[in-house]
Design a binder for this molecule. Structure first.
Ligand code: F6P
Length: 365
């Protein structure tokens, strides 16, 4: 389809929410209406709304005043997959490919192109729609910062800020009570939040999924601090971190979700283990969904606005099936087919790991 053929676009937010989604919706809608004179549709609740044909025309006014608001005015869903949609006929439930119905729904409203704001799960489906001929542009979101191909996703900076502020507060009570405080942060299979919040808060131990830890190393480290008169320790642990030779701690499995695994609980286990091995008093704090909420930081507002604007620009330049990325400080795009099925994890030689080691932080290895 030629760029000049585009008159109407749709925007949706898929997967887990994060701060900055509304900023992208605003940038997409305002750019499309004011710069290109397009009609913009907002799809409700991610791919579920596309499957169920729940969408409405977004007005300029509807997206005013949402730049600083957390969450998404469109709603989101992290269990829907148009290529494996759960349908129940009588007593039987089975997975069905309803992507053809989604395309019909778009065509029914005269929508020429789709902007999918989401993480790796959303991008996997976006890539498949692109393969089926839908004009798609992806925008990478997630607090986890694990989308392949971009240096950073919006939402990550806000989550790191929230986690760092929480750890700063825990620091003072840890010091008063001479405790080992173990703070569990989100991030799924990547340790980006733990690494950044851990270094920013001056945490003593940082545990990442990418570097399986040894319990004896952590215990020796916190005991060593005690002996040197440092009567408390701060341990930041990513929800996906695991002991060497052990497994990630699964909180629950969400049936039918593109990724059914929900991690969580490793901090409680580690607190018990450190207490048993060292006799030091330990407490676990699981930060949880607080990391996904609140107003986006200025950094995330800027990134989200640039991503949203770029997504519409790319469509109007005739680019299709691409993900907007920030690479080496520059906005660009890469094919969705290169992103689908991959995640970006923390490399062992990351500069923050080197810096943290240099200032005496332990990674439990
Ligand atoms: O991907 C974002 C994220 O918050 C992860 O960090 C976390 O593992 C997961 O989503 C939690 O999912 P849910 O909201 O379904 O509990």
């Amino acid at each position: 389809m030629k760029a000049k053929g585009i008159k109407s676009i749709a925007v949706m937010t898929g997967g887990g929410d994060c701060p900055g989604l509304n900023a992208v919706i605003r940038a997409v809608t305002k750019t499309a209406i004011a710069k290109f004179g397009l009609e913009v549709w907002g799809i409700e609740d991610g791919f579920l709304g596309l499957i169920e044909d729940r969408m409405h025309v977004l007005s300029y006014n509807e997206v005013s005043n949402i730049l600083t608001v957390g969450g998404t005015i469109l709603g989101s869903c992290n269990v829907s997959n148009p290529f494996k949609h759960r349908v129940t006929v009588g007593k039987m439930t089975r997975a069905k490919d309803v992507s053809g119905d989604c395309i019909k729904n778009l065509k029914g409203h005269g929508i020429d192109a789709l902007i999918c704001i989401g993480g790796d799960g959303t991008m996997a489906s976006a890539a498949r729609f692109a393969k089926k001929g839908v004009s798609v542009i992806g925008v990478p979101k997630t607090i986890d910062n694990d989308v392949y191909g971009t240096d950073v996703t919006f939402g990550f900076n806000t989550a790191v800020t929230t986690a760092t502020e929480a750890i700063d507060k825990i620091h003072t009570t840890a010091s008063s009570h001479h405790r080992v405080m173990i703070i569990e942060v989100m991030g799924r299979y990547a340790g980006w939040i733990a690494l950044h919040a851990g270094v920013a808060s001056g945490s003593d131990v940082i545990l990442l999924p990418e570097m399986p830890y040894r319990l004896d190393k952590i215990c020796d480290f916190v005991c060593g601090r005690s002996k040197r008169g440092k009567r408390f320790s701060i341990v930041v642990i990513a929800e996906g971190a695991r002991e060497k030779g052990g497994r990630m701690v699964v909180a629950k499995k969400v049936a039918h979700s593109p990724d059914p695994i929900r991690l969580g609980g490793v901090a409680n286990i580690l607190a018990m283990q450190i207490n048993e091995q060292t006799g030091l008093e330990c407490r676990a704090v699981v930060l949880g969904h607080v990391q996904r909420g609140g107003t986006p930081t200025p950094f995330d507002r800027l990134l989200a606005t640039s991503f949203g604007h770029t997504a519409v620009e790319l469509l109007m330049r005739g680019i299709r099936g691409h993900l907007v990325v920030l690479k080496d400080g520059r906005l660009s795009s890469i094919p969705l087919s290169r992103v689908a099925g991959r995640i970006k994890t923390v490399p062992r030689n990351h500069h923050l790991i080197k810096a943290a080691l240099a200032v005496g932080t332990s990674f439990g290895v």
